[in-house]
Design a protein around this ligand. Structure first.
Ligand code: NAD
Length: 692
């Protein structure tokens, strides 16, 4: 009977109406779908033949939430609030039957229903915080009333969805159904509700899970303290906590108003704009200007990895986990053994946490073939080199690879800095050579810089970009230069950090400023973690910089419990008086007069040269768009996503300000700070970097 175009379908049998949401791909709650649901409910409420209503989704899931296309536009009626008010206030029980993903507004819709039945494999969640927002359609008020404030805080503040069984245990859903009988189970549930007197359970009136916490901030304070480090500097999680607290302390309608006010503040704020930008930037990175979507992909059925060190092991894990067989080649048996043992140890640690079965650990290890025989790579479709960072060694490896790899095999290097074109030049097939720059730890970090050589074939690029997705990475296509996008910009920052400690700051001052900015750690803590001795040789050491001086003192970083910092047995860092003295002595020797540096100057000196370097990268065409640079920094270096990446951040502080500070630094400290012409041009035009 009632049917609204294509987006819903309604059927009635034995007093139970089923409204099926059918708006592919994810049943986003667009104006069309909201209108259809609203009108259907109105009609069914007036229909004497209907005693209860089941809301169910067709396709992949119940609903993925709000229609992101409507963001920033004038809201059209009925809004989500009106639709939910209608559902909750209906005189007939409404049962949500959810499967697949039920997220954001989708879950808020289910929460406004009188009952919820979930398919066993389904997931429910409120991920709005990931876009710098909070659930703005009653989610922060209804969820705590169903599951209590503690569980609600976990779900709303971190935005991770939970499975059906967990949702059942928490009280979020009333029943779990087998996946293939969700509809039948929900209809049977509806009949039972009718038989029991068609009770309307309105979540807004539930108090049993929150009453004990009313007026007592302890649970909220404890949550803030526990997660202080992770949540620092971010607006949305703070607002989420405030809204859940309001659910406990205030009457429902007042809480709803508080939720709406907080939502409005967030949606107009810079952090949410940054997070929404980052969300689209990541999708954009997969689109390649000169490589058509239908470019043929090469079949990758077997992967080879050369080197079982820090990177080779992690790189292999990505493919093993994705179901691909990997042959890993080493030079020395002990290195091979150590590398394989580390892979196993990592998988077993995941299994211990319950995130992997022991069978799956064995299946993954079973796909790994460790060998010392280079010729074993002959049947691999993709071979990734991860040996020492020395051009001569890389060239030797690629010469050998060229001789044994099968025709058409992709030959990749994980080099951090070296010239892919020079590496490719030793082969007779430079069109098959490409950079695959993983980040450490390679099995964890999401970024993959795909480095396109001058002669790399388009199908090779398309294949590697797609493969990145298969192994769960965010792949960004970049061009050849020293350090590519990420490390080149990091280098610009490191250079300044090194100067700052000679001019007057201490390593912990610089680190604290960058940590407070939102980065996971500053440059000196990072150097201690990586090892100060990387690339350092005692015989050639001349004490020409602080790093060399510390290496000569056997302060090699965390591995020696001493580097820029002193480390205790638990690896907790504390400022080192020895290092402080070494820095004072060295700057005196250099004839420097130390001065006090403000936090603001430290921040600007570290970040603006990086931004300037990013613009040069754009000018040179090493990155196709500014947003690609931001994706690199968010996914590879822990740049806080709520600041949108260095290019977006520059826009938020104002390009004219960045240019004028760079010019002031140029006057004081030299040409390294000279603003890139493109930066000056965009600033003068009043443009935005992140739109380049
Ligand atoms: P590593 O020293 O931990 O491992 C290198 C391994 O390669 C060693 O086990 C060594 O025995 C092996 N090896 C050397 N020559 C070989 C040969 N001819 N045949 C087979 N095996 C050989 O180094 P790593 O940190 O894993 O770095 C490897 C590469 O990855 C370098 O190019 C580095 O720049 C790059 N990279 C490193 C990181 C990082 O954070 N460590 C990050 C990104 C990229």
């Amino acid at each position: 009977m009632v049917s609204q175009g294509k987006v819903t379908d309604v059927s009635i049998q034995d007093g139970v109406a089923v409204i099926t949401l059918d708006s592919p791909p994810v049943n986003a709650l667009s104006i069309a779908l909201r209108t259809a649901i609203y009108d259907n409910l109105k009609t069914l409420e007036a229909d004497a033949a209907v005693q209860a209503i089941v809301l169910i989704g067709a396709g992949r899931g119940f609903s993925g939430g709000a229609d992101i296309k409507e963001f920033g536009r004038l809201p059209q009626q009925p809004g989500l609030h009106e639709m939910l008010a209608l559902i909750e206030g209906l005189f007939k029980p409404v049962i949500a039957a959810v499967h697949g993903s039920t997220l954001g507004g989708g879950l808020e819709t289910a929460l406004a229903c009188h009952y919820r039945v979930a398919a066993r494999s389904g997931k429910v969640g409120l991920p709005e915080v990931k876009l710098g927002l909070l659930p703005g359609a009653g989610g922060t008020q209804r969820l705590p009333r169903l599951v209590g404030p503690e569980a609600a805080l976990e779900m709303i503040v971190f935005g991770e969805p939970v499975g059906a069984e967990i949702a059942l245990k928490a009280g979020l859903v009333d029943a779990v159904a087998d996946d293939d009988t969700l509809k039948e189970t929900a209809v049977a549930f509806a009949h039972k509700v009718i038989a029991d007197g068609a009770k309307l359970v309105k979540v807004r009136y539930r108090a049993d899970k929150i009453a004990a916490f009313k007026g007592d901030p302890a649970v909220f304070e404890a949550f803030k303290t526990t997660h202080a480090r992770r949540l620092r500097g971010q607006d949305a999680p703070t607002a989420c906590i405030q809204a859940v607290q309001a659910a406990v302390d205030l009457p429902f309608d007042d809480g709803l108003k508080m939720e709406r006010d907080l939502f409005m503040q967030l949606v107009q704020g810079t952090q949410s704009a940054a997070l929404r930008y980052a969300f689209f930037a990541e999708r954009q990175a997969a689109k390649l200007a000169d490589i058509a979507d239908d470019t043929p992909r090469l079949p990758i059925n077997k992967v080879g990895v050369i080197g079982a060190g820090t990177m080779g092991g992690g790189i292999s894990m990505n493919f093993l986990s994705a179901g691909l067989p990997v042959t890993i080649v080493e030079m020395k048996p002990e290195a091979l053994e150590r590398g394989v043992a580390t892979i196993r140890k990592n998988y077993e640690a995941t299994a211990k946490k319950g995130r992997l079965t022991t069978e799956e650990v064995e299946a993954r290890m079973g796909r790994l073939t460790p060998t010392l025989d280079f010729d074993a790579l002959a049947d691999c479709d993709l071979i990734i080199e991860a040996v020492f960072e020395l051009m001569e060694v890389k060239k030797e490896i690629f010469t050998r690879l060229d001789a044994i790899a099968k025709p058409g095999a992709i030959l990749a290097s994980n080099t951090s800095y070296l010239d892919i074109n020079e590496i490719a030049s030793v082969t007779a097939r430079p069109e098959s050579v490409i950079g695959m720059h993983f980040f450490s730890p390679a099995n964890v970090m999401r970024l993959l810089e795909v480095v396109r050589g001058a002669k790399t074939d388009k199908p090779v690029i398309a294949t590697v970009m797609a493969l990145g997705k298969t192994i769960g990475k965010t792949a960004v296509l970049v061009g050849v230069c020293h350090g590519f996008v990420g490390n080149r910009m990091l280098g610009a920052r490191q250079e300044e950090a090194n100067k700052l400690i000679l001019e007057g700051a201490m390593p912990w001052d610089v680190d604290r400023v960058l940590y407070d900015f939102g980065l996971p750690m500053g440059p000196f803590a990072m150097a201690d973690l990586a090892g100060l001795d990387l690339g350092w040789v005692r015989e050639r050491s001349t004490g020409s910089n602080i790093r060399e001086i510390l290496c000569e003192m056997d302060r090699w970083g965390q591995k020696k419990s001493a580097g820029f910092y002193d480390y205790d047995a638990g690896r907790k860092a504390s400022p080192s008086p020895v290092v402080e003295q070494a820095i004072l002595d060295f700057s005196a020797k250099q004839g420097m007069t130390r001065r006090a540096l403000s936090d603001q100057e430290i921040l600007e000196r570290c970040l603006y040269p990086m931004i300037n370097e990013g613009v040069k990268i754009l000018e040179e065409g090493i990155a196709a768009r500014a947003s690609d640079i931001d994706v690199v920094w968010i996914n590879g270096y822990g740049w806080p996503a709520y600041r949108g990446g260095p290019m977006f951040y520059a826009d938020t502080v104002g390009l004219p300000h960045v240019v004028s500070r760079l010019k002031a630094f140029e006057a004081d400290h030299g040409a390294a700070f000279k603003p890139a012409p493109l930066l000056e041009k965009i600033a003068a035009q009043g443009g935005r970097l992140s739109e380049v």
